[in-house]
Design a protein around this ligand. Structure first.
Ligand code: EPZ
Length: 429
């Protein structure tokens, strides 16, 4: 009997200023691409600093269904993955539909076994999420891919992928990861032009090099991979989660106070920190990470456009909007990465925000204060932006459907309450 999705809510009573330290976990979006890398070798891959999240459990379940074993140790902070012998190359819809990152097994399966059947994830709340950039790139590397009954049926012609020069029309994060992993075992050299430059790409390349891969240029828009015959095991520490970091940096910015983010690194979020600075929020580096200090005066309006790294991250757009709801002046937010990523706006409007959404542009006119209300989480990042808004709103804010939160934020209630927020999780009756 499948466990019903919990419909827990989170209750926030606004008005507390925040003081103290918040530890930042390993990056969900790095871990979700590092875990499938275990398929590239029959030797063990150990990942440390892994985040404790439901998405990691879903990836563990998916890899298990393929015959790879992932053991979680030390309370989930260490993942020991291994994959011996022949494996099942079919990634079932029932798991893939729960998490789009499941599509990151396509490249590794093709590289290891020469064929794969991976369900298309289907759309999600924020957009259609197509995979054309992934499949066009793999086709250039000698894969035959056709879509049948909702599954991508992929086969490497001659049983082996070969190196190719691939020009991406858009710097897709997932496509860069899939192609990079596939190319490590291809025959010859692969070049990805217009590759994604996110820190999670650099983290994956670092791990693959530790496994014996030959990769150069990660972090730039041109990545070159020389295929090798085999990869060996490795131990790799997952990079800090820059999206969790940015999310918690906004807590003192919105509620006032002074919070130190343990493990925070300014190089992971330069564009985001520039916007905080323009809004009047001071960010300083400490020996343990980053410190954000803000007295309870109003912040200044700023304009934000989401872009591939090193631009402003789309995964922090909803959280930034929560800050700008009470800034002095009018802010314009342009969402350039996903086609439908303003679902937090109607919920913030229920709290008294003044937001006008037209297509990919949201215009936020600052109000003095938001008012607590019953609101609904719609996707992972929208849900946490509602909690952030509740920190400074008058009265109580109750965020429903917080299972979205559990996908990307570990121990969210204790991390907020640990710095003085009045917040609790209400288990559905
Ligand atoms: C990754 O998704 C992240 N997920 C997303 O984080 C993040 O928002 C996104 O990168 C952008 O930074 C993981 O890493 C697991 P893309 P991904 O391929 O790889 C279009 C979160 O909240 N596109 O860079 O799917 C696509 O539709 C999640 O943690 C194509 O058109 O992102 C989208 O509009 C949400 N064809 C845009 O590119 C393709 O073949 C960005 O997609 C692939 C993508």
């Amino acid at each position: 009997m499948r466990k019903a999705v919990s419909m827990d809510s989170i209750l926030v009573r606004g008005g507390k200023t925040l003081h103290g330290q918040i530890p930042i976990a390993g990056a969900k979006n790095a871990c979700l691409t590092l875990m499938p890398a275990t398929l590239l070798s029959d030797e063990p891959l150990t990942l440390t600093n892994a985040p404790r999240l439901s998405d990691i459990k879903t990836m563990t379940q998916l890899l298990g269904s393929l015959g790879a074993e992932v053991t979680s140790m030390q309370g989930g902070q260490v993942l020991a993955a291994s994959c011996h012998g022949t494996i099942n190359t079919r990634a079932e819809y029932d798991i893939v539909r729960k998490m789009r990152a499941s599509n990151l097994v396509l490249g590794p399966l093709l590289a290891r076994e020469g064929h794969a059947e991976v369900s298309l994830p289907g759309g999600c709340a924020i957009g259609a999420r197509p995979m054309d950039i992934h499949t066009d790139g793999l086709t250039k590397m000698g894969a035959e891919i056709d879509l049948r009954d909702g599954y991508l049926h992929a086969k490497a012609i001659g049983g082996h992928l070969k190196g190719a020069v691939i020009d991406f029309p858009f710097a897709s994060v997932g496509a860069t990861e899939n192609i990079m992993m596939a190319a490590t075992l291809a025959k010859g050299t692969t070049v990805i032009n217009n590759a994604a430059r996110e820190p999670e790409i650099v983290d994956l390349a670092t791990c693959l090099r530790a496994m014996g891969a030959q990769i150069d240029g990660d972090g730039t828009s041109r990545i070159e991979i020389q295929g090798v015959d085999r990869l060996h095991g490795a131990t790799h520490r997952v990079v800090t989660d820059r999206i969790e970091l940015g999310t918690y940096m906004l807590a003192p910015a919105i509620a006032g106070g002074e919070v130190e983010l343990i493990g925070g690194r300014i190089d992971l979020l330069a564009a985001f920190c520039e916007k905080l600075d323009a809004a009047g929020i001071s960010v300083t580096e400490t020996e343990n990470g980053l410190k954000v200090k803000h007295d309870t005066g109003r912040t200044k309006a700023v304009n934000v456009t989401t872009e591939p790294f090193p631009g402003f991250p789309t995964d922090l757009q909803a959280q930034m909007m929560a800050l700008l709801c009470t800034a002095t002046g009018t802010s314009v937010l342009e969402e350039k990465i996903f086609e439908n990523r303003f679902m937090h706006a109607p919920e913030l409007i229920r709290m008294g925000a003044n937001i006008d959404v037209h297509g990919g542009t949201a215009t936020v006119t600052g109000v003095d204060k938001l008012k607590g209300a019953q609101v609904m989480a719609t996707d992972l990042r929208a849900s946490v932006s509602l909690i952030l808004a509740g920190l400074a709103a008058s009265g109580e804010t109750r965020v429903a459907r917080v299972y979205h939160l559990d996908r990307g934020y570990e121990q969210v209630v204790s991390k907020f309450s640990g710095v003085g927020a009045d917040i609790e999780r209400i288990t559905d009756s």
